[in-house]
Design a protein around this ligand. Structure first.
Ligand code: HEC
Ligand code: HEC
Ligand code: HEC
Ligand code: HEC
Ligand code: HEC
Length: 164
């Protein structure tokens, strides 16, 4: 029932010629500072994204994880020092999500990484070889990308398996 309502609403949007895209998340995200994946490339992704293999959500990095290796600011600039002082006193570094699916889409990392054995790269590209964060998803997440791979792998393309 939820799915039917969703499809009907989306259809109405199209008929009325409404552009719903500004309401979609993921464009021009600002971060507290940029993060250098390349400098951390020897580490397991799950050190900072603990749910990426077996969780629903991968999860954003926790400041506690950073502080374990960097008791003091890793860079000397004032901006960084301030962020580290705050983190040390319990005010977390607030990262913002880039890759997102809307609320009406169900996505599970466990299903794709743990069960299907897919690499992060399939969906996120080589973000771990970059020295700064992009402000839009490194690789676009779209319904067509989901469907292309589902077709190739003979996985369900039912509206209701993703829109629930
Ligand atoms: C397991 C240990 C470890 C953890 C956890 C860790 N780092 Fe690092 N970080 C390092 C090491 C080692 C380097 C130096 C790499 C180099 O110079 O090639 C580094 C380098 C850096 C640098 C300097 C890189 C540059 O751009 O020149 C920054 C900034 C940084 N880390 C931030 C973070 C943040 C933010 C977190 C948490 C999200 C974090 N680190 C978590 C070990 C760690
Ligand atoms: C030392 C910590 C650390 C490690 C290790 C790490 N990342 Fe990240 N990653 C971050 C931080 C900090 C961000 C910025 C916050 C965010 O967007 O999640 C980030 C962002 C991302 C994003 C963008 C998430 C989003 O919001 O769309 C992806 C994708 C990603 N990392 C993939 C990986 C992969 C793949 C690996 C392993 C090869 C990895 N990361 C290892 C700290 C780390
Ligand atoms: C089949 C595609 C796919 C694979 C494989 C995949 N991801 Fe994701 N990832 C996504 C999608 C879709 C989202 C957005 C999910 C959402 O909004 O709930 C996402 C979101 C993220 C985020 C943002 C934070 C969050 O919890 O939503 C991080 C970080 C991330 N993925 C890291 C990883 C890492 C690390 C791996 C490999 C261990 C990986 N992903 C494998 C599709 C994938
Ligand atoms: C690179 C390939 C790939 C991409 C991209 C991908 N998937 Fe999948 N997906 C799979 C595979 C393979 C399975 C079967 C996993 C298993 O063994 O259970 C699956 C399973 C699923 C299932 C469970 C299907 C069922 O039968 O109930 C859902 C839901 C799902 N994916 C949603 C998504 C969404 C949403 C996206 C896009 C954001 C996406 N997938 C992108 C490969 C992919
Ligand atoms: C494999 C997963 C998957 C399947 C199957 C799927 N979708 Fe989607 N759908 C998505 C994702 C992911 C998005 C969000 C894309 C984005 O944010 O750009 C989406 C977005 C949409 C939107 C746009 C909504 C908006 O916010 O603008 C509509 C409409 C839609 N789907 C309808 C359908 C219908 C109808 C079916 C069945 C014929 C279907 N979808 C099957 C994953 C799927």
């Amino acid at each position: 029932m939820k799915v039917l309502k969703f499809v009907a609403l989306a259809g109405l949007g199209l008929i009325l010629g409404l552009n719903l895209s500004p309401l979609l998340p993921g464009s021009g995200v600002e971060q507290p500072f940029s993060f250098n994946h390349y400098a951390h490339r020897v580490m397991e992704c799950t050190l900072c994204h603990p749910g990426a293999k077996t969780g629903l959500k991968a999860g954003l990095a926790k400041s506690q994880t950073c502080l374990k290796c960097h008791a003091t600011s890793p860079l000397s600039q004032k901006d960084y020092q301030k962020i580290w002082e705050k983190a040390d006193s319990g005010i977390p570094i607030r990262w913002n999500k880039l890759a997102k699916v809307p609320n009406h889409v169900y996505f599970s990392h466990n299903r794709h990484v743990n069960l299907a054995g897919l690499n992060c790269q399939e969906c996120h590209g080589k973000i771990f070889l970059t020295s700064s964060l992009p402000n839009t998803p490194f690789k676009k997440i779209s319904m067509n990308n989901c469907l292309d791979c589902h077709r190739k792998n003979k996985v369900s393309q039912d509206c209701a398996s993703c829109h629930r």
